[in-house]
Design a protein around this ligand. Sequence first.
Ligand code: CDV
Length: 329
Amino acid sequence: MARIVTVGAAQMGPIAKEETRNEVIDRLVAHLREGKRRGCDLVVFPELTLTTFFPRWFYEDQADIDRWFESEMPGPETKRLFDEAKALGLAFKLGYAELIEEEGRTRHFNTAILVDKSGAITGKYRKIHLPGHAEHEPWRQFQHLEKRYFEPGNLGFRVFDALGGRFGMCICNDRRWPETYRVMGLQGVEMVLLGYNTPVHNPPAPEHDAFGWHHNTLVMQSGAYQNATWVVGVAKGGTEEGVPSIAGSQIISPAGITVAETLTERDELISAACDLDECASYKASVFAFERHREPANYGLITGTRGVVTPEEAERIEAEHRARWEADGA
Ligand code: CDV
């Protein structure tokens, strides 16, 4: 019997700086209702869904930064979203800026949660690959201060059993890194949920601007195929506070094929009935990891952050291979 999860990718158009949480939640609730009308089990919202993409501005005062964060989830405003989803019998994935007291200090993360049909949070992910810069760079047309406003996530790339399948999450820049999908692939992930805010213009490398849409599709399709998983990528697109961002939200099958894609840069929900069992033939054949992977030869993947010389590579790889041989792997 097929294991169908009908998923809605709830693309958001721009969110203005002055837009309140309640106004945004009205838009999210409209997405939930449209998702219900289409028979969805799960609705996926983008990265930092509840506000404008605030890392584009430099703030000196921490209070000006913290107002973009949620210190409770659900909180007084987001509770309405949880209640509506529960009443409709929908699971959802939400991206938001998380402010939390942890290990005796205040911490800031770019976070995503998976909420089940009963309104319980069943999975949490904190963005690991933070792009941009940590200092004010006034030469840019707009800032990208994720490295200043967030810490790298401390929860790893975990997967969660829900809706009869195995789900993982990642956030925006994470989708460009093959390691993101592979760590979840090695846990048998069947559907990766991700949201993004991707400006068309990349200030340090404007020569890439023409290829933003292509790169978006390329990385998500290859992540899906190479790890035999569905991928649901959801944008906050359009021109927000003068900064155009790509849309191109899509639902991608384990064959690496986009089965549904948005046509606009506005609030738009696309949906697909995804059979999680479609992952199985890839997991059992070309990507049967346990039969075909050769991890003794992958020492550099975790043995270095950046590029090394061929001599250094040989040393790291030799040490790594020796450890594998000693372990009898
Ligand atoms: N929000 C992001 O992580 N955006 C990055 C941009 C800055 C390149 C991305 O990878 O899409």
